[in-house]
Write a protein that binds this ligand. Structure first.
Ligand code: BES
Ligand code: MN
Ligand code: ZN
Length: 509
């Protein structure tokens, strides 16, 4: 990953491949943002005019490259759009800084060193830029150019190697702490992206569990892995039913971060379908090519628990990874089968492609048995949620209005677009089954909400619970933007970490 430093070096003499500056959208054209005064004066105060000539407006996401002025050691100036200037007395929007830093880092892939001369006043600004750089510089090339060219040289560009943040007060504890937080969160988030992007032939439930086990032990997190045998013994009919068709057996991984003195406990539950073919209710071609992403919820939970431990947050955090591969075969669960779930309830499986709710149901009940203060599950659960909210926004459902609002606020704070969705009672009867306690499918209309209502049945009485359906934002099939790469995005990681921070500060519920 990109190495980050805080620097007070003066720009003209700085050795780097590029200087990154901010451009804001002014009423009469682009404006050079604070932090880049020295760069602007080297253009005799005419940088805004130069940028305007090149077509720059200061809009978010915009990247404009200009040759550096003479006398500069760095050859290039990269101007990134920050959107509108803040109102008088307000700071720069953290998300605008994060996105701009991400766009710049991505535009500088293959470079050795860039200096970021962006407006950094508060420690929060420094944290946002640090996070944006580390997330924007991400690339997944584990499966590319392995042998390199004839001389054995790697062909891929590779990420920006080093970023120096200028003006970020290297001796100020708050700024340093902000960089440390950003580093821990971004490293774990990027690891979640790696897991999501890893092809399903290399990441089955056993492999995922082994990676989680190794990482957790490294960070003092307790790990417990239930394999097929242990799941059968424990009566985890949902997870076993989904994994029954695959040659690779399912797993339930429990990660426990329990710092001494912590009084609150959060449980995070992640859907970890390492590949979703649909099972016997097989998905048609065109709907299965990206289904390696169906473990994004489990990857997010894993990343958040490790990040909480690395940050030393004063809250107990338990992560539950419900891992299975959903495949058709002679041993697969059939539409019409009835599963006895870990909670004791029976479920008639009408569609084996509605598998996420089955593995989550067992993990939610297992999490509930420990009576945490709150449970948050994360899942690429329904295509319906993508139809409702598009592919950048996740849906939040909950059994408690205040908790749903708290999750939404946390998401907004960290720059993850999310929106509250209802759990309309009338949709429950669509899941009535003539044979079992409930069916795994209901009305087609409102399919995302129906899935949420199904999950609610497996949450213990009196526990605040929220369900994040990240089917839209988990995997970016389009081009990269801001700090979001193509492929696995790491959606919901930062919301979960923020919730853990709030709980540690006694500010959650
Ligand atoms: N993993 C899918 C949902 C999904 C679709 C995630 C597209 C990301 C992109 C989930 O298991 C699924 O297949 N859901 C079905 C449920 C239906 C059968 C009730 C769906 O949404 O169509
Ligand atoms: Mn499915
Ligand atoms: Zn699925």
């Amino acid at each position: 990953m990109t190495a980050l430093t805080l620097s007070t070096a003066a720009v003209p003499g700085l050795r780097a491949d590029a200087i990154v500056i901010g451009v804001a959208k002014g009423a009469n054209g682009p404006l050079v943002a604070p932090g880049a005064e020295a760069v602007d004066s080297a253009y005799d105060g005419g940088l805004a005019g130069v940028l305007e000539t090149l077509g720059a407006s200061g809009a978010e996401g915009e990247v404009t490259k200009v040759p550096a002025p003479s006398g500069f050691k760095a050859p290039l100036v990269v101007a990134v759009g920050l959107g509108s200037e803040p109102e008088d007395g307000e700071g720069w929007d953290a998300e605008a800084l994060r996105q701009a830093a991400g766009s710049a880092a991505r535009a500088l892939a293959g470079s050795k060193k860039a200096a970021f001369a962006l407006p950094l006043t508060e420690a929060a600004d420094t944290g946002a830029v640090a996070e944006g750089v580390l997330l924007g510089a991400y690339s997944f090339d584990a499966y590319k150019d392995r042998g390199g060219d004839a001389r054995g040289k790697k062909k891929g560009k590779g990420p920006l190697a080093e970023a120096a943040l200028l003006g970020a007060k290297p001796r100020d504890n708050a700024h340093r702490a902000a960089v440390e937080r950003a580093t821990a969160v971004a490293e774990e988030l990027n690891r979640a992206r790696d897991l999501i992007n890893t092809p399903p032939n290399d990441l089955d439930p056993e492999a995922f569990a082994a990676i989680a086990q190794a990482a957790a032990e490294e960070h003092g997190i307790k790990v417990q892995v239930l394999d097929e045998k242990a799941l059968a013994k424990g009566g985890y009919g949902g997870i076993l039913g989904v994994g029954a068709g695959s040659a690779a057996g399912p797993r339930l991984v429990k990660l426990s971060y329990t710092p001494s003195g912590a009084t609150k406990t959060l449980a995070f539950v992640g859907k970890g379908i390492t590949y979703d073919s649909g099972g016997i209710s097989l998905k048609p071609a065109g709907h299965n090519e990206t289904m390696k992403c169906d473990m994004s919820g489990a990857a997010a939970v894993f990343a958040a628990v490790v990040a909480a431990a690395r940050l030393g947050l004063g809250v107990n955090v338990t992560g539950w990874l419900a891992l299975a591969e959903n495949m058709p075969s002679g041993s697969a669960t059939r539409p019409g089968d009835v599963l006895r779930m870990y909670s004791g309830k029976t479920v008639e499986v009408l569609n084996t492609d509605a598998e996420g709710r089955l593995v989550l149901a067992d993990a939610l009940w297992a999490a509930s048995e420990e009576e945490p203060d709150a449970i948050v599950d994360v899942a690429t659960l329904t295509g319906a949620m993508m139809l409702a909210l598009g592919n950048r926004t996740y849906g939040i459902m909950a059994n408690d209005d205040a908790f749903r609002a708290a999750v939404h606020e946390a998401a907004e704070e960290v720059g993850e677009p999310a929106w509250p969705m209802p759990l309309p009672e009338h949709l429950r009867k669509g899941m009535d089954s003539p044979t079992a306690d409930i069916a795994n499918m209901g009305e087609r209309m409102g399919g995302g909400l129906v899935a949420g209502l199904f999950l609610r049945e497996f949450v213990g009485e009196g526990i605040a619970w929220a369900h994040l359906d990240i089917a839209g934002p988990a995997f970016n099939e389009g081009g990269p933007f801001g700090y979001t790469p193509k492929g696995g995005t790491g959606s919901a990681v930062r919301t979960l970490v923020r919730l853990a921070e709030l709980a540690a500060e006694g500010e959650l519920g």
